[in-house]
Design a protein around this ligand. Structure first.
Ligand SMILES: NC(=O)c1ccc[n+]([C@@H]2O[C@H](COP(=O)([O-])OP(=O)(O)OC[C@H]3O[C@@H](n4cnc5c(N)ncnc54)[C@H](OP(=O)(O)O)[C@@H]3O)[C@@H](O)[C@H]2O)c1
Length: 300
């Protein structure tokens, strides 16, 4: 039986993944800061621990899914919050590395988080961005790059490493849940000039592609976890409005976004590149939701 260790397993993506892995009959251990709270949100069969030391030395762990991280879009990026973004991601990955370095049995594969923010600053550039594209420096790039570098250390242990450069995950939580109230009141619309790309992924595909990456032994390194048809922020607003049968005409000018959200607004709301999932498609992954219209029709 496959045994998977998950950090951040109590979160949005992690909970969806745990449900699927349970159905497959996998053994699941979730590392959480609060085992009691996490257990309430997870299927009963999941074992929740607060320390890696709670894993018995003889117990085999075949795969690790590393998702832990302080949310980035919950407010302005102060210096203190930026430090927590780092410690919650890179700190957790290093903790995993030290744990497995000292263990005789190493995991076969590490699937570790990253984000489309890896590609850094960009706006309204229509060139498709695959995994070989150059990045442009900004805070998101530095954070993702450090996260990927800490995960890559697992290669020294003989573990295959996949870093998922994840787009905006669409489901009942996350970005869509934040947008819905305004759009339902017909107060939604594009941000800035609306030309920035918004690479997205349906939560069902997010779970399925993680399983695909665990399964495909020839997949490694950075993998763009985004649907094959990214849209601009303006297109996203129009399609969300249509899905809700509401107009989406209220634009939020860039200076207001910057004033309200600072650097976070500039990097996460006003910038975005046309990220495409080249490696997933080359490896034969078939998207359940390739078009945003289809994804939104299912979700809202
Ligand atoms: N959702 C998206 O659209 C998206 C897009 C790109 C990248 N990602 C990345 O993918 C990962 C999972 O996303 P998600 O949406 O499932 O996130 P989420 O719902 O915010 O869950 C993240 C989990 O990480 C743990 N965590 C939060 N703050 C932490 C801290 N300060 N220190 C240690 N652990 C902490 C929490 O687990 P416990 O409370 O149980 O410890 C939480 O359940 C995140 O790292 C995120 O940055 C997500």
């Amino acid at each position: 039986m496959t045994h998977i260790l998950i950090t951040g397993g109590s979160g949005f993506i992690g909970r969806h993944f745990c449900q699927q892995a349970c159905q497959l009959g996998w053994q699941i251990t979730v590392l959480s800061r609060n085992a009691k709270a996490a257990a309430k949100r997870l299927p009963e069969a999941v074992k929740v621990i607060e320390s890696l030391e709670n894993i018995p030395p003889q117990q085999q762990i075949h795969a690790v899914l590393n998702l832990a991280g302080q949310p980035l879009a919950d407010g302005r990026w102060t210096q203190a919050r930026k430090q927590v973004f780092y410690s919650s991601r890179i700190g957790t990955t290093e903790q995993l590395y030290h744990f497995f370095s000292a263990r005789q049995q190493k995991p076969e594969v590490l699937i570790s988080g990253s984000a489309i923010g890896f590609y850094g600053a960009g706006n309204a550039d229509n060139q498709p961005v695959d995994e070989s594209a150059n990045s442009r420096d900004n805070f998101s790039h530095q954070l993702c790059s450090s996260w990927e570098q800490s995960a890559a250390k697992f290669e020294q242990l003989g573990t295959r490493v996949v870093c998922l450069r994840t787009g905006i995950v669409l489901g009942e939580e996350g970005a869509l849940a934040k947008m819905l109230p305004a759009f339902k009141l017909a107060l939604g619309g594009p941000m800035g000039d609306g030309k920035q790309w918004m690479p997205w992924i349906h939560i069902a595909d997010m779970v399925a592609l993680i399983l695909h990456c665990i399964d495909r032994r020839n997949l490694s390194g950075a993998v763009n976890a985004t649907a094959p048809n990214p849209v601009t922020n303006r297109e996203f607003s129009v399609l969300l409005g249509q899905a809700l049968s509401r107009p989406a005409i209220f634009t939020m000018p860039a200076p207001i976004v910057k004033l309200l959200f600072g650097e976070m607004g500039e990097e996460l709301l006003l910038q975005g590149q046309k990220v495409v999932p080249r490696k997933l498609q080359d490896s034969g992954y078939k998207f359940q939701y390739a078009h945003l219209q289809h994804a939104l029709a299912e979700l809202v």
